[in-house]
Ligand binder design. Structure first.
Ligand code: BJW
Length: 258
């Protein structure tokens, strides 16, 4: 058995034994669906585009046409792709834990809606969603289906502009999402960081909150990150491959009742 096979089995046993699990996901989980991550030096969005020109309120105010066009392109990509085996495995783990009356909270930094489309139900979107837009003047929200993308920027009915309900740099995270995250973190006994570079705050600090509360910590990532040496167990590999392996190992353990 390789080290990574051993780690997969151990993580499966920790998932089986956990009373309450928090999973934090990032762009890496959607990479195998065909969506770009942010910080990959070759393919990442921030290697081609300047986040300060696209992902801040100042950028939107300075050039709403450019920012609106960019997010229009981003959501057409997001709705064009399908959830991958990593998304499906997380949804299966959630269902299994709920069957055993255990807690399972999926906190995602992703705005693409793929976890929900992959079958997850308890999803906390801490950086918002690209599938809902709101008026800059009144804050009134509208689903994509009710917005016509026939001019850029998009005027709202009330004299403002429509912007995506995502969290840009320097903006506060949605209060309800922060509250739900900290409630789950304060009660979890297993924390898993998956497909995130663990560099953007406050999400990057969630692991410390979980650890201070006594949780075991796990990371699954294609590449090492700043938390790789801090976690109790790491599996380096694509989440679309590793998560289904963990789910298979969990089924084996669950079926055998060990
Ligand atoms: C795979 C894989 C595969 C690839 N399988 N793995 C404290 C200290 C310093 C700064 C701050 C601080 N507190 C707040 C800040 C400022 C700022 C911040 O954190 N800056 C840092 C960069 C230093 N934070 C904020 O501004 C936040 N707001 C806030 O805290 O408000 C209060 C406040 C404001 C100001 C000052 C102080 C307090 C808001 C952050 C919003 C982030 N927004 C974005 C854009 C969203 C909209 C959009 O999508 O366009 O969110 S930025 C971008 O980064 C996006 C992501 O959700 C986020 C995280 O990225 P993620 O998901 O980790 O992606 P990558 O690309 O970084 O990593 C992918 C990983 O996957 C890699 O490790 C790969 O190896 C791996 N991978 N393929 C598994 N197949």
């Amino acid at each position: 058995m390789t080290t990574s096979e051993q780690a997969v089995r151990e993580i499966a046993a920790w998932i089986r034994d956990a009373r309450s699990i928090v999973v934090l996901t990032g762009a890496g989980v959607s990479a195998e669906s065909g969506l770009s991550t942010f910080r990959d030096p070759e393919e990442g969005l921030w290697s081609k585009y300047d986040p300060m020109e696209l992902a801040t309120i100042d950028a939107f105010n300075a050039n709403p046409e450019l920012v609106t066009r960019w997010y229009h392109w981003r959501f057409t990509r997001a709705i064009d792709v399908e959830p991958n085996p990593g998304h499906h495995a997380l949804a299966q783990i959630e269902r299994l834990k709920h069957q055993h009356d255990s807690g399972f909270t999926l906190i995602t930094q992703n705005i693409d809606g793929l976890h929900q489309r992959g079958g997850s139900s308890n999803v906390v979107e801490i950086h918002g969603t690209i599938l809902t837009w709101r008026c800059t003047k009144t804050g009134a929200e509208r689903p994509l289906s009710e917005i016509e993308f026939d001019q850029f920027p998009i005027p709202s009915d009330t004299g403002g502009l429509m912007r995506p309900c995502v969290v840009w740099f320097g903006e506060q995270l949605p209060e309800s999402a922060i509250r739900a995250s900290f409630e789950a973190l304060s009660d979890c006994d297993l924390f898993m960081s998956i497909g995130t570079s663990a560099t953007v705050q406050p999400a990057a600090s969630f692991i410390e909150v979980a650890r201070e509360n006594g949780a075991r910590t796990v990371e699954i990532n294609r590449d090492p990150t700043p938390i790789t040496d801090e976690v109790d167990l790491t599996v380096l590999g694509p989440s679309g491959l590793v998560l289904p392996e963990i789910m298979d190992a969990l089924r084996e353990l669950d079926g055998s009742g060990q």
